[in-house]
Write a protein that binds this ligand. Structure first.
Ligand SMILES: [Fe+2]
Length: 261
């Protein structure tokens, strides 16, 4: 299938599931990830020959979310299944990529499979790395947007499920503050508060994105400032730590250089 057909097939597939607000969120998420991917792919740093595959991978990266929610009533992979692998399985079962070259199909499947890993596996080919980074960056950029909306609508205090039921006004963990400073990826097992959950996203600003265009988009969208203002409003006693981490993140965004996790 070509990408226009994939977009139509995606919508038709979504409509085969019982209507759920959570499914609507994933449909909207996927559309925005495709938009983010297009923006990244329009920049000269992205290999033009991979643009069609990149758009396909963006459309399909979360395809398994609908089946995951229908079967397990959660988007938590920890208590259900790895949704990236489920997405690959659905893509293969539906046969949407059967008419693509095997090399392109494998690239797309790998980018889907790797999109939710903490770090990419080493020794990927340049094309595998480019496509995997594309989906990961486009996905992270939309996760920023989702939290921006939740902050703007004051949705969070009454919806702890968004941040894994963590305590809303507990202090950030020193381990996570240290990871932001060093630009290392965060072990999700160390996340113990809503502040930590937000700090994961600050850590993305310091080495967790790959493409220069991704850093530029996060900076242009004011992602750090929105998190700083909100965290300070709910944790005024942690102002110094929050300000410090946000300065590190803002400086990293301004440098626009990633280490490409
Ligand atoms: Fe995902």
């Amino acid at each position: 299938m070509k990408n226009e057909e994939i977009a139509a097939a995606f919508l038709a597939y979504y409509q085969t599931f019982p209507h759920e607000d959570m499914n609507d969120l994933k449909l909207a998420h996927t559309r925005r990830v495709v938009e983010n991917a297009r923006a990244i792919m329009a920049s000269p740093e992205f290999p033009p020959a991979l643009r069609a595959a990149g758009e396909t991978a963006a459309w399909l990266h979360d395809l398994g979310r609908f089946r995951q929610f229908m079967q397990y009533h959660t988007f938590s992979d920890r208590v259900s299944v790895n949704h990236a692998l489920l997405s690959c399985g659905e893509v293969l079962r539906l046969g949407w990529l059967d008419d693509r070259e095997a090399s392109e199909r494998n690239l797309i499947l790998r980018a889907i499979e790797f999109h939710n890993l903490r770090d990419l596996p080493p020794s990927l080919s340049p094309d595998e790395a480019a496509l995997s980074h594309l989906v990961r960056d486009a996905d992270k950029l939309d996760i920023f947007t989702v939290l921006d909306e939740a902050i703007a609508t004051n949705y969070l205090p009454s919806h702890p499920e968004v941040y894994w039921g963590l305590p809303f006004t507990a202090a950030p963990s020193p381990k996570i503050v240290a990871a932001i400073e060093t630009g290392e990826s965060i072990d999700y097992a160390d996340i113990a508060s809503f502040a930590d959950f937000v700090f994961i996203q600050l850590a993305w600003c310091n080495g967790g994105l790959h493409f220069r265009e991704s850093y530029r988009l996060a900076q242009a969208r004011g992602e750090v400032a929105q998190r700083r203002d909100y965290l300070v409003s709910i944790l005024p006693q942690e102002r110094a730590t929050i300000e410090h981490c946000c300065q590190v993140a803002e400086a990293a965004l301004a440098r626009g250089a990633g280490n490409g996790r």
